[in-house]
Design a protein around this ligand. Structure first.
Ligand SMILES: *Cc1c(COP(=O)(O)O)cnc(C)c1O
Length: 396
């Protein structure tokens, strides 16, 4: 058993009557038996009291502790969505002024947030190729506060060189913020120097594509700052996690190691076999992937290389026809998002990355004919492979 599994196991919250899972504490507000304690709590003179659920909630805290343990980091905070995790972290770290250096290969929503929304809140962003350390270094300004990357980037599956990016961040006193949505358990960014890890829990951490949620993981001070009564961005802009969602995710975290291994195994089988059949495929577990060696250095070996695979179909038109036929053949579902038990297929150039201007798309090597597959683990790998190859070869 690897350490991350053990860390998850070590977190145990009992239900009220000794239940093996915690109760869902849905209360929006908590009673102070001694009215003087309320005043003290408001003035941060009393720890450990629940006040109001936008500030803190026992069930959200239980989930947060568990995801912090999984990351090997001191603290965490469940929030309403992945975008809430990203925007709140950046606004808290920059204090609403200053500059972010971001990888140019990021989720389309993140790109649009940085390019179009954060400037209205006083935060500017430079997008650079973070594989090029000289380019990163020369884009750092005196007012730069954050270096932002995805550990395995959406959608090109570039592997961030966290080892050297964290050194650079230390040298210039920046916070390294890593979106680890594609690789929970597979990569533990804190081990490689990340200061803050953000998640869209909507994806692998949920695993059922039935809810929207996010998490921020970091130092105790940073997590406390997010819910500070007077200055906390999560507390005061309000994208908090609901206790019912926190309970769902708390329970599902126990299955995450099993699910990640199953996704990785199915994806490796698929990628290896389609590559052997001459299909152009991008998967960090393949030797043909340009960052395969770095992936091996970064990963916690027992979870595999993750479940995300890109296939080059040559053109949007052909990618669309292949995906349509694959859906009819019940290979997978044509839908954005990832981390579902079943295979999800999408065409990033016309969907999740469409926020990124075409010229930027070209620079990051995002070919229009790319079909993104979030490989599921339900079904027989051999049967699914045959279905894929049949459709791929049938569509000219
Ligand atoms: C989906 C996603 C997000 C946004 O998360 P939501 O939960 O949809 O807000 C952020 N980053 C990455 C890498 C994603 O895939």
């Amino acid at each position: 058993m690897s350490r991350e599994d053990q860390n998850l196991r070590d977190i145990q919250h009992f239900g009220e009557e000794g239940g093996v899972v915690p109760v869902v504490d849905v209360a929006a507000t908590s009673t102070f038996l001694d009215p003087k304690d309320m005043d003290k709590t408001f003035h941060s003179e009393l720890e450990g009291c629940y006040l109001y659920s936008r500030h803190s909630n026992p069930t959200v805290m239980a989930f947060s502790k568990k995801i912090a343990a999984m990351e090997g980091m001191p603290a965490a905070l469940g929030v309403a969505s992945g975008m809430a995790a990203i925007s709140s972290s950046i606004l808290q770290l920059t204090g609403g002024e200053g500059h972010v250096v971001s990888s140019h290969v990021v989720y389309g929503g993140t790109y649009a947030l940085f390019a179009n929304v954060l400037p209205r809140w006083g935060v500017q962003t430079s997008f650079v190729n973070t594989q090029d350390l000289d380019a990163v270094e020369s884009s750092i300004r005196p007012d730069t506060k954050v270096l932002y990357v995805e550990s395995l980037s959406n959608p090109m599956l570039a592997v961030a060189h966290l080892q050297s990016l964290s050194k650079l961040a230390k040298k210039y006193n920046l916070k390294l913020v890593v979106d680890n949505t594609f690789t929970p358990l597979v990569i533990s960014p804190a081990k490689h120097g990340a200061d803050v890890v953000v998640y869209s829990c909507t994806k692998y951490i949920s695993g059922a594509s039935d809810l929207i949620a996010g998490a921020i993981v970091g130092s105790q001070d940073f997590i406390n700052s997010l819910i500070d009564l007077n200055h906390g961005v999560v507390m005061l802009t309000g994208p908090v996690m609901d206790a019912r969602i926190a309970h769902e995710l708390y329970v599902r975290l126990d299955h995450l190691p099993v699910r990640m291994r199953a996704h990785s195994e199915a994806a490796m089988f698929f990628a290896k076999n389609v590559e052997e059949q001459g299909v152009k495929v991008v998967y960090p577990g393949l030797e043909s992937h340009p960052h395969h060696e770095n992936m091996k250095e970064l990963m916690n070996p027992s979870y595999g290389f993750g479940g995300m695979v890109m296939v080059d179909c040559g053109s949007i038109d052909r990618a669309t026809r292949i995906a349509e036929q694959l859906q009819n053949e019940k290979f997978g579902l044509f839908a954005v998002s990832l981390g579902f038990s079943r295979t999800l297929m999408s065409i990033p150039a016309s969907s999740t990355s469409s926020e990124i201007p075409e010229e930027e798309q070209k620079k990051m090597g995002l070919m229009p004919g790319l079909l993104r597959l979030s490989i599921g683990f339900v079904g027989d790998n051999e049967v699914l492979l045959k279905k894929f190859l049949d459709c791929y070869n049938e569509q000219e």
